[in-house]
Design a protein around this ligand. Sequence first.
Ligand code: IPM
Ligand code: MN
Length: 354
Amino acid sequence: MANKSYNIAVLPGDGTGPEVVNEGVKVLKAAAAKYGFSLNFQTYDFGGDRYLRTGEVLPENAAEELKKHHAIFLGAIGHPDVKPGILEKGILLKLRFDLDQYINLRPVKLYPGVPTPLKDKGPEHIDYVVVRENSGDVYTGMGGTMMKGTPDEVAIQNMVYSRMQVERCLRYAFDYTRKRNKKKTLALCGKTNVLTYVFDLWERAFHEIGDKDYPDIKREYYHVDATCMWMVKNPEWFDVIVTANMFGDIITDLGAITQGGMGIAAGGNINPKGVSMFEPIGGSAPKYTGKNVINPLAAIACGGMMLEHLGEEAAAKAVEASIINVTSTKLKSLAAGQMGYSTTEVGDLVAKGI
Ligand code: IPM
Ligand code: MN
């Protein structure tokens, strides 16, 4: 039988994106060689530099072009010379929407050897996954302004959810909790005491679907403010958390810092039936660009998530094991410039460990 072969679209993006993506690709190549599959990489230059050069944020056919691939591997989007919002909305959010990547999967896992700001907590306490809904909420852009620039200005940005959006996200989260097979507990994070329309919809759907199709999964509910508190005080309570887009954005930065910060936090924008895009949670870190000091482990971990998504589970596990070996025996710190190794050296260490 011929080796399996996957076409990967690579979007290095802005700032340190290209540097961390290079190390991710290096490790992916090592995993492919070891586990007997092949990866064909095709690079696209979407990002701030291209926008400043051409005036075009994203080519019109970008989504169609990217759909030809099995997965997308993205570095970072965000350029210091471009007004905030243009690239984020025009590239990142547009791709998430156009490719209907309705799940943003963000594991919060503290690896051995990585310092956490949470007192008395270790890898045995911090290991859960946030399933962030990725297509609705205030991210849809529905709303508007009136009398802009006057003292009477009004601005509205709506939290929008359809039953379909809520249901497909919840089903993904229940299935994921079942497959993960740890505490078999799914926690809904919402705000039913104030957002009495939107989270009423979420809560009803959560219990209806849970009762009907997932009797083996235990259900919990937390308000988003309390969720933040427990993520700090008792992170070991959590197995899988499912939440709406905006709350998910916020709590996953909190989660990321408890697992060692932006140098390590990985995520995937998932379309279970289409093409998914893997990206580190951190940004483009422009001040470190080109210095070979940024930590590439988040991007490398994204590569591991991508392999798992493609069905190369043994290779994915090897990537994670090699990352853990590097964090627990090599790195002095995860912070840029303080690792004791350069960006490329960290990539070499992980690749060699595969
Ligand atoms: C993230 C980012 C994005 C988001 C921004 C850059 C639009 O913060 O991926 O978490 O809000 O989703
Ligand atoms: Mn964010």
